[in-house]
Design a protein around this ligand. Structure first.
Ligand SMILES: [Zn+2]
Length: 369
């Protein structure tokens, strides 16, 4: 998740490694630039963009968008930071806690809109603790309380750099049966899942398999009937792609991140898994050299139906902010076939979230009295 008030850091990193957006990566005649598969309306202290303002920001550039808050609330601990009120998890040592009211807030924001604007949004349930066997009951209760609103669950996090260790209570894990219950219910109800789980520990040693990869694959294989989007392809601010320095070249034995993804994409037991390329912190890796840009474009061209663009913006103030992350990818989009570009920017979103919507509405007709 990008960092709101610290957003400039990403820009600096990027300009250090890459060049400037390519203006004509997307023909102007094509309509909306993208659908946003990963968007936070509110931040870590539940403040954000008024939803009507967000529709104006989408304007004629963003066709459709997911809509979620952030399930974790940053405590303002006076003992810790005194009069300084932290709004981001990196700004204080005080704990984070699950803030379930976010789901009611998102539902009411959605309901405040006229139907034509609602049709452009896919609200998501996030306010549950994935280490709690009761989490699934919360999700079901949200559907029962706000029928006709939600399309999916997430982004929720299992392992996340800096964040996991700050969450009050038990740490979430990929082997927790509470998580299996959540994903089973997603299969039953049709809820689309956006799951954040770092592929590796921060600053991992090169030459070793990413520490969470095997558990992640096992989890995904246990839930073949759920539609699961792996947020950021498992990367983070300091969770680097394996061998990002050497880029998996001659002399390295460890497969690089693209090779790991390629193997997962070819694996028929993981055919229900999709990958979002959201977050400026992820874009910085993909555009770090012309060779990596080319190889990334090749991977997208080979598997155009499996990647989704998203911004991972948090409570943007204006349209320029909303579009900035998209344009980080311009040089890569310019190397895609027209079909692959359209699929990753818009088509895959429409296919997955339309199917989710229809299935969740059907579940609600059957189960909500
Ligand atoms: Zn996010």
């Amino acid at each position: 998740m990008p960092i709101g008030s610290l957003r400039g850091v990403g820009v600096l990193l990027l300009s250090a490694v890459g060049g400037f957006p390519v203006a004509d990566a997307v023909p102007a005649s094509e309509g909306y630039l993208f659908n946003d598969s990963h968007f936070h309306l509110t931040n870590y202290v539940q403040q954000g963009t008024p939803v009507a303002d967000y529709l104006a920001i989408m304007g004629d550039k963003v066709g459709r968008s997911t809509l979620f808050g952030i399930p974790l609330q940053q405590t303002w601990s006076y003992e810790n930071s005194g009069d300084f009120a932290p709004t981001y998890y990196l700004q204080t040592d005080a704990p984070l806690y699950y803030y379930s009211f976010t789901d009611a807030f998102i539902a009411m924001a959605y309901r405040s809109l006229p139907p034509a604007q609602q049709a452009r949004l896919d609200p998501m349930i996030t306010g549950f603790n994935p280490a709690d066997m009761y989490a699934v009951d919360h999700i079901r209760r949200v559907l029962e309380t706000f029928p006709g609103v939600f399309t999916g669950i997430g982004e929720f996090s299992i392992h996340k750099e800096f964040v996991s260790s700050k969450v009050a209570g038990n740490t979430a894990t990929l082997t927790d049966p509470a998580l299996d219950r959540i994903l089973e219910f997603a299969a039953e109800s049709g809820l689309v899942v956006i799951l954040h789980c770092d592929i590796d520990m921060p600053f991992a040693k090169q030459g070793q398999e990413p520490v969470y990869l095997a558990q992640m694959k096992e989890l995904l294989r246990r839930h073949p009937r759920s539609t699961i989007i792996w947020a950021h392809t498992g990367l983070g601010r300091i969770v680097h792609p394996p061998n990002s320095q050497a880029d998996g070249g001659a002399g390295t034995t460890n497969p690089n991140h693209r090779a790991i993804l390629a193997a997962m994409l070819d694996d028929p037991t993981l055919g229900h898994v999709y990958y979002d390329i959201s977050w400026d912190e992820v874009a910085k890796y993909a555009v770090s050299s012309p060779e990596i840009e080319r190889a990334t474009a090749e991977l997208f061209n080979r598997h155009p139906d499996r990647f989704l663009f998203g911004t991972d913006n948090v409570a943007p103030r204006d349209q320029a902010t909303q579009l900035r992350v998209f344009h980080l990818w311009d040089r890569i989009f310019a190397q895609l076939t027209p079909e692959a570009s359209l699929a990753i920017r818009r088509g895959n979103y429409e296919r997955l979230f339309d199917a989710g919507r229809a299935r969740v509405r059907a579940w609600e007709r059957e189960h909500v009295k």
